[in-house]
Design a protein around this ligand. Structure first.
Ligand code: C6P
Length: 423
């Protein structure tokens, strides 16, 4: 074991805010290394949501009751917290969605249907999550458009020269993940957006894996759209965000119809609210939005820069320790990665690795991570992925390394009994 990893955060203190993390798991200490699949919520978030449910709950933007007005105020305060978190110019540019997936579908269905036509091209990076592939494929099939892919090298670094060549006049939109959920690559989105804008191409950034790990300024990035999920940001499931540039959002048609998003409805004609209301049909996830606001307060109190520094130190330590294990190959070695560490063990299926780690109290994800084209690019069926958060410490990584060594002992030299990938 190496010496103590020096980081700016007091992990022992932070963990007291997470009952799950200090509760034994399979009779062993819990080592939660799966924040990329979903973060854990601190007590402050859980309690804020419970308080809303117990004492403040009703519907929002409906009626004149004091209760409704106060719930609306809390709901809109949460929107303002997201605005400040993303450094967006106006809270009107923050649209509530169910998650990153719904936010990306909103862009494809609303902006895409209005702006993509036959023969157009949609440019995506080779490391997109299915959420930033499938909505565009559906749109392309509907419109007779086509998809082109920006390649990456064996480290998981995008080929920016290829990007420049691919940015032809037929390209109308570029979808790019800020941070890869498999490789941990932090893409130079500001530079990529500048190249795209030089050709008049609209850029949709999938920020699902970025916002938990690095401060984001959508104005500085000049992103046209930026999407993320609350549950990867220490908030609850069921809430997500789409940020969009004002002029784009205003020009876009609504994508779902119903209550709340209208100004007036008659049999002859319906008129719609302005932004953000026109994109928020029906009763929204109110407690979840307020919970996300509480999560942002919690993270701000720790400090986003300190979180990034902490996770960087953990990632470096984990990389160094995993590199020492014979037969282990890290998938994704781009410089300046964020806190995701995918790996494969020679001759042992990632599902077997994940299961054995689980019994040792080490929670990781094994599979294709909803990024099958990335698996194909690296010619592997799956990876085991450890992902780090501000509540992880050196002991979590030491437990990971010890459990991987145990996997190797169990399988020994003979790995012929390794499981096949489930179909
Ligand atoms: N990735 C993972 O284990 P939703 O499901 O809408 O909250 O997030 C979708 C999504 C979009 N983009 C990226 C880059 C993501 O990583 C995810 C979710 C999880 O990697 C679950 S598949």
């Amino acid at each position: 074991m190496s010496g103590r990893v020096l980081t700016p955060l007091d992990v022992t203190k932070i963990r007291k805010d997470f009952p799950l993390l200090i509760t034994p798991f399979h009779g062993k200490p819990m080592h939660y290394l799966d924040s990329a699949v979903s973060g854990q919520m601190p007590n402050a978030v859980i309690e804020r949501m419970a308080h809303y449910q117990r004492f403040e709950h009703t519907n929002v933007h409906r009626g004149v009751s004091t209760l409704s007005q106060e719930a609306t105020d809390r709901f809109e305060e949460a929107r303002e917290k997201v605005r400040a978190f993303l450094h967006a110019p106006s809270a009107k540019q923050i649209i509530w969605t169910r998650g990153a997936t719904e936010a990306l579908n909103l862009v494809a269905q609303s902006w895409g249907r209005a702006n993509i036509k036959e023969g157009d091209e949609i440019l995506l990076s080779a490391m997109e999550h299915h959420s930033n592939i499938v909505p565009w494929q559906m749109l392309a099939a509907e419109k007779g458009a086509s998809i082109k892919v920006i390649p990456m090298d064996d480290r998981g670094v995008l080929d920016l020269d290829a990007l420049k060549t691919l940015l032809t006049p037929s390209v109308k939109v570029l979808g790019i993940t800020h941070v890869s959920n498999v490789l941990g690559t932090v893409n130079p989105v500001k530079e990529i957006i500048a190249h795209a804008h030089a050709q008049g191409v609209v850029v949709v950034v999938d920020g699902a894996q970025a916002v938990p790990h690095l401060p984001v300024d959508v104005v500085d990035l000049d992103a046209d759209f930026y999407a993320f999920s609350g549950h990867k940001l220490s908030g609850p499931t069921g809430i997500g965000v789409l940020y969009g540039k004002k002029e784009l959002l205003e020009a876009m048609p609504p994508w779902q119809g119903g209550g709340s998003m209208i100004l007036s409805v008659s049999w002859e004609k319906t008129t719609y609210m302005g932004i953000p209301g026109k994109f928020e049909a029906g009763t929204p996830p109110i407690a979840e939005a307020i919970g996300l606001g509480a999560a942002i307060d919690y993270l701000n109190a720790i400090g986003l820069d300190r979180i990034a520094e902490h996770e960087h130190a953990l990632l470096e330590y984990a990389t160094q320790e995993l590199d020492k294990i014979d037969g282990l190959r890290i998938i994704g070695t781009a410089p300046g990665k964020a806190s995701v560490l995918s790996f494969v063990l020679e001759g042992i299926h990632p599902h077997d690795v994940g299961s054995i780690l689980d019994h040792e109290g080490v929670v990781v994800r094994a599979g294709h991570h909803c990024a099958q084209p990335v698996m194909k690019r690296f010619n592997i069926p799956a990876t085991t992925r450890a992902s780090f958060a501000y509540f992880n410490g050196q002991e979590d990584i030491d437990a990971l390394v010890a459990a991987i060594r145990q996997v190797k002992d169990i399988f020994g030299a003979d790995s012929s009994n390794s499981a096949e990938e489930p179909s």
